[in-house]
Design a protein around this ligand. Structure first.
Ligand code: FAD
Length: 422
């Protein structure tokens, strides 16, 4: 029995009223907000931290894996493609040119493996994946949001959905100035952990995980030689700089629930301690690292999985290579070649609330499919679809499940999104 304490009933000031409220400014949230605003909706994007990108910047997960199907066809475009273009224009992204995609040439494959752009079991081919810089990505995402005239609210932690039967009237937030509410016609949950649908009482599943804590080091004398000697790190944009995809599996005592402050505190302290020990060891033992320095450790733990929505459709392992009439996005697949999942619109729809959508890593899929849908490119693709659907629903004042699929799919296509498998 959990001990409880009563709180006084209170009136919460309404800070903003809007058509579409997107909660969580990770890769999915930015895509959702930009897509909704470009459709003409009044949009607020609220984020608990002081930057955009979520794991794709603060988590130092700075690899887009993959925008192709493993057989040479691009399967993610739209706003994810636009982000790549923006990063490329500033020299902040490294990706194989189109003519290299699907090349089995061992030298090219090995080159891109050293950039972290080819993973999984062989036989390998060059993939359309992208390595980029985290600070540049924060800047590019902020520009996308401001260019689209999204009203951005940082340092705002969503704590309670304000439900009224099957509708959300809005969301209560906590900021340094106190508690405030944002009212909205449609809400998109892009918190990564599904905070809103969970607190609104919608069904979900959850997973415990071993956390990761990626970090970057600079001043490495000869990156090629160091990778050849040690292996488990990659080139990353920046002279003499490398990216360590450090994980705690086999090193930390237990898996954690990424929605528990106690578990997160334990993991933050343990992982950081172990990363610092590894940095010291690298400097002591690895040729080329004698004068290397720590550039940064991810400010967010690498959480692969927490809550998964159990929505109108749960996309499952057996749905690989299946087509859906309501498909709104396609995954690349970085582990299995030429296996992709079409993502149905129904996987973004929580049960029980009529004006709420989910996007990004917390959508309605099983544990296996989550490996594919959690990647940044499909997170942006589901975000884009959710944002556009939210804008359409807000304009018609209808339920999100009644958004006309023909209209949604046609509009996504016209924006360069790829919504059906090749
Ligand atoms: C170790 C690891 C390795 C990975 N490797 C790759 C890879 O190589 N390539 C790849 O493409 N993908 C990879 N992924 C997956 C990918 O990084 C994430 O799944 C993806 O970035 C998730 O995006 P998202 O926007 O759904 O969620 P998140 O990035 O988690 O964003 C959620 C956002 O919501 C905010 N938020 C959360 N709760 C609240 C709240 N209550 N109120 C307000 N704001 C809130 C957060 O601060 C955050 O900004 C990896 C993931 C991990 C952990």
């Amino acid at each position: 029995m959990v001990k409880t304490i009563g709180e006084a009933a209170r009136e919460t000031p309404v800070a903003i009223e809007t058509q579409v409220l997107v909660v969580g400014g990770g890769s999915a949230g930015v895509a959702a907000a930009v897509a909704a605003a470009r459709e003409g909706a009044d949009v607020v994007l609220a984020e608990r931290y002081g930057q955009l990108g979520g794991l794709a910047t603060g988590g130092l997960i700075i690899l887009l894996l993959t925008l192709d199907d493993g057989a040479g066809h691009q399967v993610v475009g739209g706003l994810c493609g636009e982000l790549v273009d923006r990063l490329r224009r500033r020299g902040a992204a490294v990706a194989p040119p189109r003519e290299d995609w699907n090349s089995p040439d061992p030298a090219r494959v090995a080159h891109y493996q050293r950039w972290g752009l080819v993973w999984g079991k062989g036989p390998h081919r060059v993939r359309y994946s992208v390595a980029y810089d985290a600070e540049e990505a924060k800047f590019a995402l902020a520009q996308m949001v401001t260019d689209a005239k999204v009203r951005l609210l940082l340092h705002s932690w969503a704590c309670d959905p304000l439900t009224d039967g099957r509708r959300l009237r809005g969301v209560a937030f906590q900021g340094k100035s106190g508690r405030f509410a944002i009212l909205a016609d449609v809400v998109v949950d892009t918190t990564g952990d599904g905070d809103l649908y969970a607190f609104a009482g919608c069904p979900f599943a959850s997973e415990k995980v071993f956390p990761w804590l990626w970090f970057r080091m600079g001043g490495v004398a000869d990156v090629e030689a160091a990778i050849a000697a040690k292996g488990w790190f990659f080139h990353t944009p920046g002279e003499g700089r490398v990216l360590f995809p450090w994980g705690s599996t086999g090193r930390i005592e237990r898996q954690i629930d990424a929605t528990s402050p106690e578990d997160l505190t334990y993991a933050e302290l343990e992982c950081r301690r172990m990363v610092m020990a590894e940095v010291d060891q690298l400097r002591r033992e690895l040729p080329g690292f004698e004068r290397a320095h720590l550039c940064d450790i991810a400010t967010q733990l690498g959480i692969t999985e927490s809550r998964r929505l159990v929505g109108e459709y749960v996309l499952a392992r057996d749905d690989a290579d299946k087509d859906f009439a309501d498909a709104i996005a396609v995954t690349g697949n970085w582990t299995k070649y030429a296996t992709t999942y079409a993502i149905p619109y129904r996987s973004l729809l929580p049960r029980g609330i009529d004006n709420l959508l989910a996007a990004g890593r917390c959508i309605s899929v099983d544990h296996r499919v989550h490996h594919s849908t959690k990647e940044i490119p499909p997170c942006m693709a589901t975000g884009e679809a959710a944002g556009l659907a939210a804008a359409i629903a807000a304009a018609s004042r209808g339920a999100v499940k009644d958004v006309p699929l023909d209209e949604l799919r046609a509009k996504l296509r016209s924006r360069g999104a790829i919504i059906d498998r090749p």
